[in-house]
Design a protein around this ligand. Structure first.
Ligand code: GDG
Length: 501
């Protein structure tokens, strides 16, 4: 069977459809976020199955609603239900209060709640139940992101012999940061049980390999060009970096749709034809939103001639609102926006337009096209699809991307974007000033360079390359020179954790 003929089974923390269940109401709506943006076009094109949590405990109405919804699609959805307590320790706790901040290099934001780890193990068991229920022989099971790093271990310990691949969407930290994780050896031992592991950038892959070398006793690591093969506890895995991307053709086509053209006109009129600096982010402290607002304020302060002629539009998609830090961040952003608007605004000109909601895809593309500058300045980001979506939407070859050097996307887009250090307010101000004054021909040349790269390295190529690598990893036996057994104590520690509770 060829790789492309194998059914694709995606496993991720959340399904691409959110279910809001009230006492007498049930609403399904698409999720906003990078993982869904990247994977939905692939599943829509190839068919297959998506396993993920619904965000709630078992509810037969949700099962029925998802079945009805799936009847209209070319792929199926398999819900995983978690109780409120399980979600609290697995999702809010271990995933978002430990792994997320640690892997983004901010250990000071970690809350190492002792109960979180067992919640993480339990939830990985629940997802494994979902995979066991849906998996058919020959499927390619593709696990996504940091919530599910134990899944291969759990499935293997139940005897499942399926091909298991993992893609890590967020940064992987260097050893001196990773070492703070109390369960570092268990985590690495479990990751080593996938058949293929993919990272966004060469730096993430290097960090992962460095952590394995430092913390996984007995591991053997072999390099072949850009790929690594590791062998631990009798199992071989292939490791590579595969920068995720966007559905270029779809965005480019949408960019000239009547809805988007009408949207651009409405935006420009609403903003009195001032030049737009655009920010689009999920609400998250890693996205550098307050720092960006501060840079915009400094631009207005140091360049008074721009007042009234430039407007910032900041779209913030609500995210993780049950976590206190995210609530505080929202308040901080709102206070900063109102301070800047109060201080610099004048009749007929609002310096910052702040939208705290998920806008429709057509509206988003209209904003991409209406903007003069996309200001994408995360403090740390696995990739950042907004940067790539902005370029793919610019069918006019205009617009300037000001991009954080700490976004994974900077590795690929450095020849077209103006790269900045988001902590360097003056540096961001200078880049903005340069962007606003950039000639048409320079904008065109930079934008064409980035668009040509993204057109070729689109999301379908990303999935194809990853899947063929995963296929090759399983199809080929481990190289003969690899030593066999390695210490089994990692597996026994994991077995204790996941079964011995
Ligand atoms: C994670 C990693 C990595 C945003 N606002 C709206 C909206 N969005 C969509 C964008 C984009 C997605 O959300 C955000 O993707 P990012 O990549 O920027 O960030 P994360 O959500 O943090 O994603 C990230 C990604 O996974 C993929 O691997 O790049 O580093 O953190 O697609 O378009 N979509 C709509 N309305 C909005 O208001 N419709």
């Amino acid at each position: 069977m060829k790789m492309d003929e194998r059914r694709l089974v995606v496993v991720s923390n959340r399904l691409p459809i959110m279910v809001e269940a009230g006492e007498n109401t049930l609403r399904l709506k698409p999720s906003c976020g990078g993982l869904v943006s990247a994977l939905l076009p692939i599943l829509s094109e190839q068919g297959g199955c998506w396993i993920g949590a619904t965000g709630g405990a078992y509810d037969h109405r949700v099962v029925d609603a998802l079945k009805r919804w799936c009847a209209t699609q070319d792929y199926s959805l398999v819900p995983v239900f978690l109780t409120a307590a399980e979600s609290a320790s697995f999702y809010q706790g271990c995933s978002n209060e430990i792994i997320w901040p640690l892997f983004h290099g901010v250990p000071s934001r970690c809350n190492f709640g002792p109960e979180y780890w067992s919640g993480y193990c339990t939830a990985n068991e629940r997802f494994a139940d979902g995979v066991e229920g849906a998996w058919k022989s020959g499927d390619f099971v593709w696990v996504h992101d940091y919530h599910l790093m134990l899944l291969a271990h759990v499935l293997r310990s139940r005897g499942a012999d399926c091909r298991l691949a993992y893609f890590h969407h967020i940064p992987f930290p260097p050893p001196d940061v990773f070492e703070k994780l109390p369960w570092r050896m268990e985590m690495l031992g479990a990751l080593a049980q996938f058949d293929t592991l993919g990272f966004q950038t060469a730096r993430d892959r290097r960090n992962f390999v460095a952590c394995l070398r430092r913390w996984l006793p007995g591991v053997r690591i072999y390099r072949g060009g850009e790929r690594f093969v590791i062998r631990a506890a009798g199992h071989s895995a292939a490791i590579g970096n595969y920068p995720i991307s966007v559905d270029y053709d779809d965005l480019a086509a949408e960019a000239t749709s009547p809805a988007v053209l009408a949207g651009i006109e409405a935006i420009q009129q609403g903003i009195s034809r001032a030049s737009i600096i655009l920010g689009v982010d999920r609400l998250d402290y890693t996205k550098g939103i307050p720092e960006r607002l501060t840079a915009f304020e400094a631009l207005l302060k140091t360049h008074p001639e721009l007042r009234g002629h430039v407007t910032m539009v900041q779209i913030v998609v609500p995210s993780r609102e049950s976590i206190p830090e995210y609530k505080e961040l929202k308040l901080r952003i709102e206070m900063t926006v109102s301070k800047i608007n109060g201080e610099y605004g004048s009749p007929g000109w609002v310096p910052i337009h702040y939208l705290h909601r998920c806008v429709s895809r057509a509206e988003l593309v209209a904003f991409y096209r209406a903007a003069h500058v996309a200001l994408v300045t995360p403090l740390k980001d696995g990739m950042n699809l907004v940067a790539k979506e902005f370029c793919a939407s610019r069918v006019d070859d205009r617009g300037v991307l000001v991009l954080s050097e700490f976004a994974g996307a900077a590795e690929e887009l450095r020849n077209g974007a103006l790269l900045v250090n988001p902590y360097d307010t003056q540096g961001v101000v200078s880049a903005l000033f340069l962007a606003l004054a950039m000639s048409d021909s320079e904008q065109q040349q930079r934008m064409q360079t980035m668009r040509a790269h993204i057109r070729e390295h689109n999301v379908f190529r990303w999935a194809r390359t990853f899947r063929s690598q995963g296929f090759a990893a399983r199809a080929s036996r481990p190289p003969a020179f690899l030593p066999h057994s390695s210490p089994s104590f990692i597996s026994s520690r994991l077995a204790l954790m996941t079964h011995g509770r």
